[in-house]
Design a binder for this molecule. Sequence first.
Ligand SMILES: N[C@@H](CCC(=O)N[C@@H](CS)C(=O)NCC(=O)O)C(=O)O
Length: 331
Amino acid sequence: MGQLVDGVWHDTWYDTKSTGGAFKRSTSKFRNWITADGRAGPSGEGGFKAESGRYHLYISHACPWAHRTLIFRKLKALEDHIGVSVVHPDMLSDGWTFSTDYDGATGDHLFGSDFLRDIYIRNDPKVSGRVTVPVLWDKAQDTIVSNESSEIIRMFNTAFDAITGNTDDFWPESLREEIEPVNARIYDTFNNGVYKSGFATTQEAYDAAVHPLFETLDWLEERLSSQRYLMGDRITEADWRLFTTLIRFDPVYHGHFKCNRSRIVDLPNLWAYTRELYQWPTPDGGRVADTINLEHIIRHYHYSHDSINPHRIIPIGPVLDYDEPHGRDGR
Ligand SMILES: N[C@@H](CCC(=O)N[C@@H](CS)C(=O)NCC(=O)O)C(=O)O
């Protein structure tokens, strides 16, 4: 694990000394948008028109942020239009690599690179910053479109509709205002909250993260007792953003990141909701479950965080049946 400084790789762990033991996530650098006609989106440059076969997604199966983009690619029938390369689950001194020495790690389909950082350097030989997944790549301009998952899923939600004919909308205009604060709370205390708990290097920083995390889980458990999805009876991006952390929670975050007040399986509404989203049917006749690689998830966290699990022992984990009927119809 490390980062690039002027195009040169430096192997360093997150600095929590300057922040009183707290993990601070850095903001994503590349913020262009693919749009239906190539006009500029809410940030970045224009010139990224939706076209079949033009864009490529680099992901890790372990990563909850990258997982969002893979889910949207499937929900929006984009699998034939946007290719995917999957990194190796271990993220060690070289950061994410394209080693294919693990089932499901595909290598770099575009350039045969060894490391994910090579993609960032190809985009800008003098680049500085973290080398993160997901990365959305434009083959036409040989450049990065975006490395911000929350924006990639919004592009996928509509930009390719005329190409795929799929008009399912997970960010409906009428709900946008209501979705925002729900996303914000879930991002800060849950999606990122598990990392803040797990990467904390002082008791104070851990306490400051883990209590709000479980307050949010209690709030969600209550909310999902009277409505089927976060926004009521319609599934939206807010649900999919929540889901990728829920699915990793019991196998990884509960133990590895010390988020152990309770498990998802102990919270009946959240557990049934997680199963419903796992079983969700997709336009290709598959299910959202097809986007999940639990082996990569479990392997990545336990192998890659030296300071948390130096001996790389993989715990046996709870046995969970995500295929058990969810029983949430008609709620
Ligand atoms: N804001 C980014 C965050 C992506 C992110 O932090 N990805 C992690 C994997 S879960 C990563 O690649 N970390 C490598 C690093 O920080 O060096 C997004 O949502 O797309």
